[in-house]
Structures are given as structure tokens and as C-alpha cells.
Design a protein around this ligand. Structure first.
Ligand code: 3HC
Length: 311
């Protein structure tokens, strides 16, 4: 009965084993995974917009080619993650409807505008850097399809982070106007990238249960701290400063102290009143409507092929 199945599930989690689609799982485990994987996928798809905005205005053919490759990767990550979510019994049509109706989230970070070319560098270095810090532990998530998707995605994410760091490195050593543009981008993307790790642990609704189920391996604050410890020396290597006067090495803790993100701003963005929330969703809905004919044609073609095979 369910009691035995629950016991088997609990034993597998206690033994840190992988749960696969065909295994019995508590409804709550299924629900929180659908929630997190779907929102992760939505983040990848919406995340194409801020950077895509600069593909036609990249400063060189090399930067344009790299940016096209990165944005294309994000699309692939999204489709990969929708496939992982589908193993839990939902369809991507359903998930996209929930996104378009504002009933499922995407990462707060993509509600900020990309004002200059340097933003593409700051996004690669900080946003993809934060994504890597968050995604590496997810490679050990207890749900098999999600963990395996993360392994593939993390490999491509390191290219994303590298190309962003490289672009900022070049700008920071360019003309004074270029250095100032790079510093301005870092000033605008630093705090929002810290918010990618979620609210403080004390306000995290899901952390305790997600950690008990080996979905979340480290708390929001632990990963945020890990990320700051990584980017402080990197900012020094770039010759750029982080807009946080509270950053200081704390020898006792063995970590950098840093300031407190503006959680009111975070709550505003999650409520939908960030700088770009409306524009991002409108653009997404339009892209979905514009793409309807492709989906219909693909389905008609698949039906014809099936009919030919059946004949
Ligand atoms: N943006 C939007 N919503 C956020 C958020 C953020 N930065 N941080 C937290 N939230 C939401 C949560 O979804 C939850 O709301 P919900 O119940 O409606 O889903 C609520 O705030 C409370 O937060 P919790 O800490 O309780 O939620 P989680 O346990 O889910 O932790 C998380 C939040 C750390 C983001 C976790 O969901 C996670 O690790 N998700 C997978 C990673 C992910 O989604 N990354 C997106 C980053 S962008 C990206 O990867 C693209 C890359 O290519 C750049």
C-alpha cells in the first residue's frame, strides 16, 4: 500500500539514492519539483530577451557569434528542463500557459534592463556565475531527470560565464568610457544577482522541505555566500569594484562579509512591479502567438507521417 511505498521512498532519500519517474513519490515531492523545474525552464526562456536585445548591436562579429551561441544555449536549456518537468506528468503547453498567465514564476534577475553592451558581459560574469553556483549542487538533486539535465547545462554555463568575464576584462582595460561602462554595468547587476539565490533562509518557504528531500543541497544564504566569495577576487582581477561597501574579508568566518540586498525591491520584482516584468511577459506571449503556426505545422506533419506509417 501507500504506507509501504512511502517507507520505500523515505529509505531511498535517506540512502541518498536517485528517484526516477517510474518510482512512487509523495504528491508534495512531485509538486515542488514541477514548480522548481518549470520556473527554472521559464527563467532560461525569458532570459533570452535581455541578451537577445544586443545581438544586432554587438561590437564585433566575434562577440555577435558568441552571444548568438549563448542565447541559443539558453533556449536549449529551457527545452531540456521542460522535458525534465514532463517526466513528472505535466505538459509544456500547460507550463507555458501558467507562465503566460503569470501563475508560474521566472527568475527575478531577468526583469532588469540591459542598457549598454557591458551589460552582456556583466550578465555572463554575474548572472551565469550565480546560476553555476546554484546549479552545480543541483547536479546531485535526488530527482534523476533534473540532476542529469543539470550536468549538461552546467558544462555550457561555464562557457557563458567565461565569455562574460572576458568581455568585461577587455572593456575594463579599454578607453576610459569603456571602463566606466563596465563599472556601471557591474554596479547595476551586482545586487540583483545576489537575489537570484532566493530570499534569506529565515523567509524561505521551501528550503526546509526541499533540503529534507535532497532537492536543495545548500540553503539560499549558503550559496549566496559561496557566490560572493567567488566574485570578490574576480572583481579585483577585472579591476572593477563591487557596489557594496560592506564587503570585507572576515578571517574568523573564512568568508567575505557583504551587505544586505534590498528585499523590498526583491518583493516588488516578484510581485510583478520590476523594471521590465510587463515587457518580458508581453514579448513572451507575442513570441508564443507568432510561433503557433510552426507548432501547428509540426503537428500536422507528425500526423501525416503517423498516418503514412499506419497505412
Ligand atoms: N526569482 C523569482 N522567484 C524567486 C526567486 C528569484 N530569484 N527566489 C525565490 N523565488 C520564489 C520561489 O520560487 C518561491 O516562490 P513559489 O513558491 O511561488 O515558487 C519563493 O520565492 C520562496 O523562495 P524559496 O527559497 O522558498 O524557494 P525555492 O526553495 O524554490 O528556492 C531557488 C528558490 C533557489 C531559485 C530554487 O527554486 C532553485 O534553485 N531553482 C533552480 C534554479 C533557477 O531557477 N535558476 C534560475 C536562474 S536563471 C538561469 O538559470 C538561467 C541562466 O542560464 C542564467
Amino acid at each position: 500500500g501507500v504506507h509501504d511505498a512511502q517507507q520505500r521512498f523515505d529509505a531511498m532519500i535517506a540512502a541518498d539514492e536517485r528517484i526516477e519517474p517510474r518510482d512512487w513519490m509523495p504528491d508534495g515531492y512531485r509538486r515542488t519539483l514541477i514548480r522548481q523545474i518549470a520556473q527554472h525552464a521559464h527563467s532560461e526562456i525569458i532570459g533570452m530577451q535581455p541578451e537577445g536585445n544586443w545581438i544586432t548591436r554587438a561590437p564585433s562579429l566575434k562577440r555577435k557569434a558568441v552571444l548568438i551561441a549563448k542565447v541559443q544555449d539558453e533556449a536549449g536549456h529551457g527545452l531540456y528542463l521542460y522535458s525534465a518537468a514532463e517526466t513528472l506528468g505535466v505538459s509544456r503547453e500547460e507550463l507555458l500557459d501558467l507562465l503566460h498567465e503569470g501563475r508560474q514564476r521566472y527568475s527575478s534577475i531577468f526583469n532588469y534592463p540591459t542598457l549598454t553592451w557591458a551589460d552582456v558581459g556583466a550578465i555572463g560574469w554575474l548572472v551565469d556565475g550565480a546560476a553555476i553556483t546554484n546549479q552545480v549542487p543541483l547536479c546531485r538533486c535526488s530527482y534523476g531527470p533534473y540532476a542529469r539535465a543539470m550536468v549538461r547545462i552546467c558544462k555550457e554555463e561555464s562557457f557563458h560565464q567565461r565569455q562574460g568575464f572576458d568581455a568585461l576584462y577587455v572593456l575594463a582595460r579599454g578607453a576610459e568610457a569603456q571602463r566606466r561602462m563596465a563599472q556601471d554595468a557591474v554596479d547595476r547587476w551586482y545586487w540583483p544577482s545576489l537575489m537570484m539565490f532566493g530570499p534569506p533562509d529565515t523567509e524561505s518557504a521551501h528550503s526546509e522541505q526541499s533540503m529534507a528531500w535532497n532537492i536543495k543541497r545548500f540553503s539560499n544564504d549558503e550559496l549566496r555566500q559561496r557566490f560572493v566569495d567567488i566574485i570578490v577576487p574576480q572583481a579585483e582581477a577585472l579591476g572593477l569594484t563591487l557596489p557594496d561597501p560592506d564587503i570585507a574579508w572576515n578571517a574568523e568566518r573564512g568568508h567575505y562579509d557583504f551587505g544586505t540586498p534590498d528585499w523590498d525591491e526583491f518583493k516588488q520584482v516578484l510581485k510583478g512591479s520590476g523594471p521590465c516584468n510587463r515587457q518580458r511577459l508581453e514579448h513572451r506571449r507575442k513570441a508564443h502567438a507568432d510561433g503557433a503556426w510552426v507548432r501547428e505545422a509540426a503537428q500536422a506533419h507528425a500526423a501525416k507521417q503517423a498516418a503514412r506509417r499506419a497505412a
